[in-house]
Design a protein around this ligand. Structure first.
Ligand code: AHR
Length: 323
């Protein structure tokens, strides 16, 4: 009988202990409120980036206060002010352009709220406005695009090539750095001439509109189309076809991002090269936000690893991209 009561007591104690354990696990949730201002929904990349950040927040038990700025800097500034008013623990944002953030970031600093830059950088003379940048090395992306072009031109034995470039949003980090990297890679090569560089704002419609204009202006003298993102590439390709040219053959096409739709077009041979820019920054963002909340130090810059997809490889082996 004694033994029975002992067993009963142990069973009760174990149940109680594990219940208490569960409760304390729940209490262990980080209790972190993260305010995030997204640029908008201009591309498959951006939509994939938003999804990835929302998923990562949910997985790590971080409360996300999400604001979509619909491509307007003033909306991003208003969102950051809202985060300050709500006293969030950490602010993160993807700045649409590099300039014009000093005042609002001074306000965040005065409120003692750390700020993480996601995807894009800012330009400022002031120190200590942000803690960390999590995003791609856009210069390297542009450089890899230029290196691919040199290899392609070598392989085809071309003596000269005329290039048209459709850029991303003027004064944004990817626009500035992709252009700089590409130009640095090709500028020592006397075969290369850039006929025109034109702003496409990372939008499919602007890719189409700009390609129509470039074809009307330069016709069959265009040998290469360098596009700062897949969205604009996908907008431009039907225009190239309508004008009677075969994309990927009559015109070498180089894009950046690597979303599924563009990878499928690469597989069809209508795009020659896509430099990857990964939108999957959510996990790194949550890890960094937690460190800041806990008063730990974080790295100044975190670049994810990226690769090049091109007609130099067996494209059938490219794994599904997930965005
Ligand atoms: O900042 C990253 C860029 O922004 C991506 O290349 C583009 O597709 C997006 O809109």
């Amino acid at each position: 009988m004694k033994r029975f009561f002992l067993m009963l007591f142990i069973a009760f104690a174990v149940t109680c202990f594990s219940a208490c354990g569960k409760e304390s696990d729940e209490k262990d949730e980080p209790g972190l409120l993260l305010g995030f201002s997204q640029i908008g929904s201009e591309s498959a990349w951006r939509i994939g980036n938003t999804q990835d950040i929302e998923d990562a927040a949910e997985k790590s038990g971080i409360n996300l206060m999400f604001e979509n700025a619909n491509q307007k800097q003033e909306n991003q500034i208003a969102a950051i002010r809202k985060f300050i008013a709500y006293k969030v623990d950490v602010i993160a944002f993807s700045p649409i352009v590099e300039d014009g953030w000093d005042n609002v970031l001074e306000e965040a600093k005065d409120a003692g709220i750390p700020v993480i830059l996601v995807d894009r950088d800012i330009s400022t003379d002031k120190k200590g406005l942000t803690t960390c940048l999590i995003g791609a090395d856009f210069y390297h992306e542009g450089y890899m695009a230029g290196e691919y072009l040199i290899r392609k031109v070598d392989g085809l034995g071309l003596e000269y090539v005329n290039i048209v470039e459709i850029t991303g949003t003027v004064n944004s980090t990817p626009m500035r750095q992709r252009q700089a990297g590409f130009m640095d890679a090709i500028s020592g090569d006397t075969r290369m001439t850039v006929l025109e560089s034109i702003d496409g704002d990372f939008l499919k419609s602007r890719g189409a509109e700009n390609m129509r204009y470039l074809l009307q202006t330069y016709g069959d003298t265009i040998d290469v189309f360098f596009s700062h993102n897949d969205e604009m590439t996908l907008g431009a390709i039907p225009e190239i076809e309508k004008a009677g040219f075969v994309p990927g053959k009559d015109m070498i096409i180089i894009s950046i991002d690597g979303g599924q739709e563009a990878i499928d077009v690469l597989k069809q041979g209508k795009i020659n090269c896509i430099v990857e820019c990964t939108p999957k920054l959510g996990k790194l963002l949550m890890e960094t936000a937690l460190k800041l909340k806990n008063g730990e130090s974080v790295m100044d810059t975190i670049h994810p690893e990226e690769q090049v997809f091109s007609d130099e490889m067996d494209t059938s082996q490219i794994a599904p991209r997930g965005y």
